[in-house]
Structure formats: structure tokens, C-alpha cells
Design a protein around this ligand. Sequence first.
Ligand SMILES: CC(C)[C@H](C(=O)O)[C@@H](O)C(=O)O
Ligand code: SF4
Length: 467
Amino acid sequence: MAKTLYDKIWDAHVVHEDTDGTSLLYIDRHLVHEVTSPQAFEGLRMAGRTVRAPEKTIAVPDHNVPTTLDRANAATMTEDSRIQVEALDKNAKEFGIHYYPVSDVRQGIVHIVGPEQGWTLPGMTVVCGDSHTATHGAFGALAHGIGTSEVEHVLATQTLIQKKSKNMKVEITGSLRPGVTAKDITMAVIGQTGTAGGTGYVIEYCGQAIEELSMEGRMTVCNMAIEGGARAGLIAPDEKTFAYCMGRPHAPKGAQWEAALAYWKTLKTDEGAHFDKVVTIAGEDIAPLVTWGTSPEDVLPITATVPSPEDFEGGKVEAARRSLAYMGLEPGQKLSDVTVDTVFIGSCTNGRIEDLRAAAAVLKGKKIKDGMRAMVVPGSGLVRAQAEEEGLADIFKEAGFEWRMAGCSMCLAMNPDQLKPEERCISTSNRNFEGRQGRGGRTHLASPAMAAAAAITGRLTDVRELN
Ligand SMILES: CC(C)[C@H](C(=O)O)[C@@H](O)C(=O)O
Ligand code: SF4
């Protein structure tokens, strides 16, 4: 029977299947961060268990860590944050798993570190106690978030109990227009299908516009599969994928590389395989997008105006009214007239080198608007080092941006980088929920190029007008 890519990876990892379809899946990579792991390790300790496959388990602190240069000084952390980071430190050492502490240049956001170090490879099952594990699907891996009790289960057994999801295909045909990026693709999909559109499915993204994306862009697309409700998102591996993986510290070498490559080349959906749901979007129809509300599905082209609650139906009317009140926006207002106070470039959605290059290309030789607070937080220490080497850091600093150390930073208010009430931010992250970037803070999601454009003008801006 013709199989999808998801079917193939699933079948290759089933250890046992119950009559009701509940399956035990083998897990190839377990990524761990400080927020969702302390109780899991504590559980192991209480039961006198060890980590079953420490060589496949990778830990890095990212959510709580300050991103200022003086962050080695623990006094810059809140008590809660310090406890979590110290617990990870202790657990990583005690259980003998791979670890990238804050002092290590390879430290960064777990979803950036995994691929960068060659832990994430095609055909693997990858889990992490974090919803944006979907990012790793860009390699043609089955990657998804798990809860803390599942983290404990995977640590102890290297397996996970799962039920298979349905297959969904999201095809982006043709090419993107200038000024339009991977972020706009992934936001366009959620704008069209809604935050529940992918519920119960694993999405395979395909089509010419996806094939034309770099690995960085593909990670951006898969990263937000979870915002569209999907269990995971994935993309068939191709020559770009293989080139990205080759030579990475933990990628196979020599004969093992050749064998892996031969297998990876089989990882594509067979002709005629069945998808339970299909969504098709023309790449050339996608414009640079921004969110106006408090859900990632509240997306509009930058050329649009703020909607009115009456434009919606059912429960969405009230939701829109509440969103607009929270966001401090008026129906009919042009989005390009909305002024912003803060610009955040970073996160596991858009904290990779290509994102920094895109933002720097817009900022080169320009200054940010007076009074603007703007920061770039590279997704890892290695991204940061590369950006310095390429001269991007200088462009950001000369423009007036703060040049920070790696971490989740202002993507979520778990560390010192936060918005104040009613402060308005254009952010390259993936969630615009109420309070996400700080209590009362207002978030507009957009691409790195769009964030850079807004930094210059002080308002939401169509990056195509600046070029
Ligand atoms: C803290 C963590 C569990 C959470 C997640 O699961 O995604 C965070 O990374 C987020 O982006 O909201
Ligand atoms: S960068 Fe943001 S979305 Fe990504 S793992 Fe960190 S908090 Fe979650």
C-alpha cells in the first residue's frame, strides 16, 4: 500500500501495537530543557531508575536564562528560574546525558541546538517536553512535544505510548514573491486553517515553495505546525537536508553516512498515498503578514486594515472584541499605522542565521526609530558567533539594536526579557497570546524582515516599501 512519509517513519518505530491502535514507539532523540524536566528526573530518582539511553538524550537550558552579557551572574535570575537551571545542571551530570550549559558556546534554544549539532536527522523520532519540537520535522523526522510524565517515561524506557494521527497535506505551490518568507508561509497556513485546523493530524508540507526554502526556512514552517493544532509537521528530506546534516558533530560519518543516506532517500510519500485532509495555497498569493489579535490565526497582510468584530461569526465575534481591546486597536485602522515600542528578533521560529541575515539586510546602514527598544537574540551561541563573523552583529549594533546572548528571551515571559503592560512589540516568535511576552504586553507576530522594517519606521511596515 502506498504510504505517506509519516506512515513510513511511524511504521519504522512501532515496537508494539495494541488491538485498539495504541502503540509503543521507539524514540531516537530526546531533547530536554529546564522547564519540563525537573519532576521527570525526580521521578526516576525516586524509583531508583537510570536514563535508558543517555547517549540519545540531550539537555540544554534555554527558557529561563537571561540573555544579557553578565548572565553568568546567577543574581540576574529569579529564584524560580535559578532553581530550574540548577536542577538541569545537576540532573544532566548525575544521569550522564549530553549537556550544553550556559557557559558553553553551543548553548541555545533546544530546537536550534538539536539540528545544529546533528542530533536531529531524517527519519528519526524526536521528542522534547516542549510544543515547538515540531521544528525538527523540517528534516523529515517525526518530532513532537510531550508532557512531563512522558518525559519521565522516555527517559526511563526510550519509548513513548502514542496513537497514530491522521495524514494532512499542506501544499504551497509556485514561488514566493520578494519580501515574503517562510514565516509568512506558516502564518498564512494558520490564517487559513485556524488554530484547530490541524487537530488530530500530522502535516506534511510540500510543493515548490517549500522545496525552494532553505533548511532554516523549513524549520520556521514546521515550528508553527503546533500553532495550527497539528501533532507534528514534517517535510521530506532532499539534497538540502543532506547537505545541512553532513559533517555536523553528531551526524553519521563514513560508511555509516552512506548507509544513512541510502535510507534517507527512501523517506518520501509514495505516489498515490492517501491524505485525510489537503490544503493548497499558491505561494505567489502570500503577502508579508502580521497578526492583529491574540491568536496566531489572527493574521492579515500588512496592507490590510484592523478587522471589526462584526466581520466574524459565532464565538469569534466576542473573541475578536476581546482581542482588539487587549491589543488597543480600532477596527478600520490601517495596520501600517500601528506604532510599536519594541522589536524582538529571535526565538526557535526565527533565531537562526538566515533570519539574522534577512533582518540585517533591511537594517544595513539604517538606524532604528528614536526611543525604540530593539533586540536581537540569536538562537544559539554558534548562531551568535557566526553572525559576528559575517558582520551582522555590527549592522544590528550600529542600527541601535541590543546584541544579546542565546535563549528563548522575549518569546515568553519566563526570564528578565519582558514587555511592560500595554507595550507593543513586533516579534519574530510564534505566540501572541495575552501576556505571552509579559503581563499586558501586546504582540504582533511577523517575519524577521518585517520586524527590522518596523524598527526603522516605528510602526508596522510593509518591508517591500523599504527595499
Ligand atoms: C515552557 C514550554 C513547556 C513551552 C512549550 O511547550 O512550548 C514553551 O516553550 C512555549 O513556547 O510556550
Ligand atoms: S523560543 Fe519560544 S517557542 Fe521556542 S521553545 Fe523557547 S519559549 Fe518555546
